[in-house]
Every structure is written in structure tokens, then in C-alpha cells.
Write a protein that binds this ligand. Structure first.
Ligand SMILES: NC(=O)c1ccc[n+]([C@@H]2O[C@H](COP(=O)([O-])OP(=O)(O)OC[C@H]3O[C@@H](n4cnc5c(N)ncnc54)[C@H](O)[C@@H]3O)[C@@H](O)[C@H]2O)c1
Length: 341
């Protein structure tokens, strides 16, 4: 399946190719007649990039896995590595990994020599359906998530659904929360696939889940690449989710967004679906859910202006509203947090 990402502004268009096992035939998709740096993390199985490294002039940079690696030190070190090895702006970077790798690779590619070719090979479900699509990238800085970053499109995204075979269930569900987000706003059929399955059967639908989610994200982003209007819907669950993510190191991004969505909907169907998958890992017992702390983190959110913040509220499946609300309103929805069990 090939999806075209087309823009009416100065962002470049690119193709998203989705298939099973395409890492095996990588030379069918990528041209290696320039220098190539592969950026990955230390838990990504090497079989996803070893065929790239069989080509001449290919280099490998491995970061430590985990959110902490999306930092300025790695940004500097990888830029130094590119300079030492005399990469010029006609060479290419390939990010092979989850959202941490795709965000960091994207930010480096957007700034090195004012922009170098970027190819993404997302390997986690979250990276396939979300972080590698739409041109947003960034690093965490000064305790704030994604506080430095840019909009920069890759030249190509290669999505190999086979990579999900080695992704553990917790990280799979983490990505599934972003799929639930997109399907609850836009696609009841996709929502029902997730609803009618469970953790033992859902992976049989990987190809459908990936394809439909990418189509949704791609359509939304193409209408509003710089996140001024329509794209805001993709922040569903993120206002409270980000606060919870900062407060709880043990909570993954998608899990935090899942809980954030739970509090921003009156749809029992959505609430039940979120809990069905998140509760598998019995996360709540170790979480800090202090309402005052959540509120104070939201007040520091970069999207908060003059005491008001935009939130996405879902009344029913595929029926949402972008609302400007104050802190008292948020305090009201937080009272429901105890129902998350
Ligand atoms: N740019 C965007 O639009 C956007 C959107 C959503 C999330 N994000 C960012 O994405 C990041 C989260 O991404 P993530 O959940 O992929 O986390 P991650 O990159 O940390 O990956 C999660 C874990 O899974 C491992 N992994 C990944 N693929 C694997 C595979 N196929 N087999 C075995 N292990 C594998 C990784 O090594 C890592 O340990 C956050 O930093 C978040 O801010 C960005």
C-alpha cells in the first residue's frame, strides 16, 4: 500500500509505503549512492537495519533506548559524528526505531547543514501510526517535553508491519491508544476492530490498523501541517495526558494519552475500550494521580494562554468539539479520575 502525503505549501511531499517484510528488500526502496547514517536505539533488533549496513558508505549511531535519550546531548553528539564523517547536505539520515528515534532523527535532519534528506523506518506501533507521519519532530529540553523541535517532512516513510512481531504487548498497547484516539474521532470501523478483539487477537489486524490510522493522520495533517486548526484534534487526551506523563516516569506516552482521553469524553464505549487494554498492566496502583499537581502541570503547558486552554472533548464516537476551557472546568473533569479502575 502506498499513501501520498501532499502539501499545498513549501513542505515537501513524500510517500508512505506500508508492507510486510520490506526491511528485507530495502535496496528496492532506498538509493544508497550517497553517505547514509542509520540512527537507532540499543533495543531495536538489528535485523531491521542490517541490510542497510551492507551498502557502501553506511554508518550506524546507536542511542540508549528510552525517552531520556531524546535530549540535547544526543543531538550534539550525533551532529559531531556527522561532521567528523564529513556528511554533506546531499547525504541522508535513516531513523530506524520508535518515536524517540524518529523524533530525534527528524530534528537532526532538519537542522544539519540546514536540512539533510530524512527517511524514517518506524518500528513501534506508535511510531508507525503517529510520530513518523506529519513532519513534527523534537527533543525534550529543560524538563519540558518536545520543547525544541521543528516541522520537517521526511522524503520517505517505510512501514514494515513485520517489525511489530518483536514489539512487546505493553509497547503495542501504547501505540494502540493513539489508534483508539484517531478511530474514536474519525473511523467507527477501525474503532470496532479494536473493540471486537483483545490482546491475543488484535495483532491479526496489524496491516488494517496501520493503514487506516496512517490514512487518518495523513488526511488531518495535510489540511493543517503547522497545527493551527484541524490538526488540533490529534491532541485529544494530550492536555491531561502530558501532565500525567511528566508526573509518572513509569507511564508511557500512549498510556498517558489514554487516561487523558478517558477524562475528556462522555462515551462509555470509548471509556470501556481504553480501560480494557490499559488495565492489562495494572498501572494505576503505582501512579501519582494527584489532582492539584496535574492542574499545576497543565498551567505550565505551552498551549495554555491567559488561563485558558483548548481541549478536545468527544461527546460520542466521531462527534467531538474543540473547546476553550478554564482551570475550574479541568478541575471538574479531574474529579472522575477515581473511576479509572
Ligand atoms: N512527532 C510526533 O508527531 C509524535 C507523535 C506521538 C509521539 N511522539 C513521541 O514518540 C515517543 C514515543 O514513541 P514510542 O512509544 O515508540 O517509544 P520508544 O521510541 O521509546 O520505543 C519504545 C520501546 O520499544 C522498543 N522498540 C521499538 N520498536 C521495537 C520493535 N519493533 N521490536 C522491539 N522493540 C522495539 C524501543 O527500543 C523502546 O525501548 C515520545 O517521545 C513521544 O513524544 C511523537
Amino acid at each position: 500500500m502506498i499513501i501520498d502525503s501532499k502539501f499545498n505549501n513549501n513542505m515537501n511531499n513524500y510517500k508512505i509505503i506500508i508492507d510486510n517484510n520490506l526491511c528485507k528488500d530495502i535496496n528496492n526502496y532506498i538509493n544508497f549512492n550517497c553517505k547514509t547514517l542509520v540512527i537507532t536505539d540499543d533495543l531495536i533488533p538489528s535485523m531491521y537495519y542490517e541490510n542497510i549496513l551492507k551498502n557502501n558508505n553506511t554508518y550506524l549511531y546507536v542511542i540508549k533506548h528510552g525517552e531520556e535519550s531524546k535530549n540535547i546531548d544526543n543531538f550534539i553528539k550525533i551532529n559531531e559524528y556527522l561532521l567528523e564523517n564529513e556528511f554533506d547536505r546531499f547525504d541522508q539520515i535513516i531513523g530506524v526505531g520508535g518515536g524517540v528515534v524518529t523524533d530525534l532523527s527528524g530534528f537532526i535532519a532538519s537542522t544539519y547543514k540546514r536540512g539533510i534528506k530524512l527517511i524514517l523506518i518506524p518500528t513501534s506501533l506508535l511510531a508507525m501510526v503517529d510520530s513518523s507521519i506529519g513532519g513534527k519532530n523534537g527533543i525534550n529540553f529543560d524538563l519540558y517535553k518536545n520543547s525544541i523541535g521543528s516541522f520537517y517532512n521526511p522524503s520517505l516513510v517505510l512501514v514494515d508491519s513485520k517489525c511489530l512481531d518483536t514489539l512487546d504487548d505493553r509497547n503495542y498497547i501504547n501505540g494502540l491508544m493513539e489508534v483508539i484516539k484517531m478511530s474514536s474521532c474519525f473511523d467507527k470501523d477501525l474503532f470496532n476492530i479494536i473493540k471486537n478483539n483483545n490482546i491475543n487477537t488484535i495483532r491479526n489486524y496489524n496491516f488494517e490498523i496501520i493503514t487506516k490510522s496512517i490514512q487518518i493522520k495523513n488526511n488531518v495533517v495535510n489540511c493543517d501541517p503547522f497545527d493551527n486548526n484541524e490538526r488540533k484534534v490529534l491532541n485529544f487526551g494530550h492536555t491531561i495526558g502530558h501532565a500525567l506523563e511528566i508526573m509518572n516516569n513509569n507511564l508511557l506516552h500512549g498510556e498517558a494519552v489514554g487516561l487523558g482521553m478517558y477524562l475528556m469524553t462522555t462515551s462509555d464505549e470509548l471509556k470501556n475500550l481504553i480501560l480494557k487494554y490499559i488495565n492489562i498492566f495494572n498501572l494505576k496502583k503505582d501512579l501519582c494521580l494527584d489532582k492539584n499537581e496535574i492542574l499545576s502541570k497543565i498551567k505550565n503547558d505551552k498551549k495554555c494562554e491567559l488561563g485558558l486552554i483548548n481541549v478536545i472533548y468527544l461527546f460520542d464516537l466521531c462527534k467531538y468539539e474543540i473547546k476553550k476551557v478554564n482551570y475550574e472546568w479541568i478541575e471538574g473533569v479531574l474529579s472522575e479520575i477515581n473511576n479509572w479502575k
